[in-house]
Design a protein around this ligand. Sequence first.
Ligand code: PLP
Length: 472
Amino acid sequence: MLDKVEHSIENALDSSLEKIEELYRHLTPGSAALSENAKEVFPSGITHDSRHQKPYGPYIARAEGSRKWDVDNNEYIDYVGGHGSHLLGHGNKAVIEAVQKTITSGTQVGGSTDLEVEHGQIVKEMVPCAERIRFTMSGTEATHLALRLARAYTGKSTIIRFTTHYHGWHDSVVVGYSSHFDGSAPRGISSQTAAETLLLPPGDIEAVTDVLTRRDDIAAILLEPTGSHFGLVPIQPEFVKQLRELTEKYGVVLIFDEVICGFRVAPGGAQQALGITPDMSTHAKIISGGLPGGAVCGKKAILDVLDFDVMAEREEEKVAHNGTFNANRVSAAAGIAMLQQIRDTDACERANQFAARLRNGMNQMFSDQGLGWAAYGTYSGFFIFTNPENLDIDPLNFDPCHYDAATLKLGRSGFPQKLVLALLTQGVHLAGFPGGWVSAVHSERDFEDTMTAFGNTVPLLKAESERASLTT
Ligand SMILES: Cc1ncc(COP(=O)(O)O)c(C=O)c1O
């Protein structure tokens, strides 16, 4: 990418990080023009809060395998991975064939289909807690439904969640994810709804025990079982195990939000990897082959509250749930094709191994450069701790479990965005935490190119990081 421009990272290094933005703008005139048009259509010119990037994000024209190209034909190694949907990379052949075959014979056909049954069967086979399944159209819908089912099943209303854990954008799960850590209602959410969520510090089993012994209004505990954002703020498996024991003891529904980690950390998700079976789990992304879709899986006794006959027999009100595009044929076909490959190959393990290699490579580089940053994570994710407080850390021996959510998540304002921007100029697209997810098709060449890109940007970022810490 750099060959074709007279601007270069070396020139940028000579002066300051502002030059990075200049270089980025130089490389991406098509994206700049689209972002101007977009601002006339969408608030901030974007369609998802996490795509908020200064001065603008790249507009992607096509994607294949581990790579994607923007409208200016700049090539990127992709670590956003369809927000975690593409464990098998972009354009997986079997998924594409399944979609092509299905799309011509009806998408939403206004009735039950053979494909939804096959899709449900493979999910049931792979997900340990899945005695019954209800498909939704997104992860947000899945967590929304799971909370409704838990409340209906227990007859209780309060949900325990953990600070910074993400479960989509519906009203019950926004409090305390990226703001309002005191449990107060974010703008647009009623205080009544906010009060029905009890926020606890992730990993603090005493806090959970204290609530469960004192209160009898807790319907469910909802968590990301590998930690907030897949592990940006990790939690220990022991904590999850203790949650399982406590919820069983107190008759509280344990819900794993496996929207990201499901079918990724292992074919059966975190519940398989940890050997801990929740009462319900929520899914999206990979479950429908990277197409729109989601699901709630769980114990028959709980999902029975959706069942017409069971509820009629009990003379109880059935829980309502509709959704025009639930289990539509195209998403079902894509999901079957994706899940079969995950079930029958070592795709999860390959992605896990590549991510471990990336984390080690980055840490070696940070250490060699004397930069107090660290790449960490588990399974197929990586997170870059840019050390806003200038803590004394050794990149080669960094344990994120020693730090709290505030330290790990709330980076120096704007710096992660600068890192993402700098790497975009070097042909690497990170997710904004900063970090990313890898797929089973990231290759040796991707590893080498990523290391080169980091090698080009780390000295500049080191200088900027030191400059910023002097001014904070
Ligand atoms: C753990 C988790 N839960 C829920 C969601 C929401 O899923 P969706 O974006 O499909 O609504 C996400 C999305 O990234 C997620 O990561």
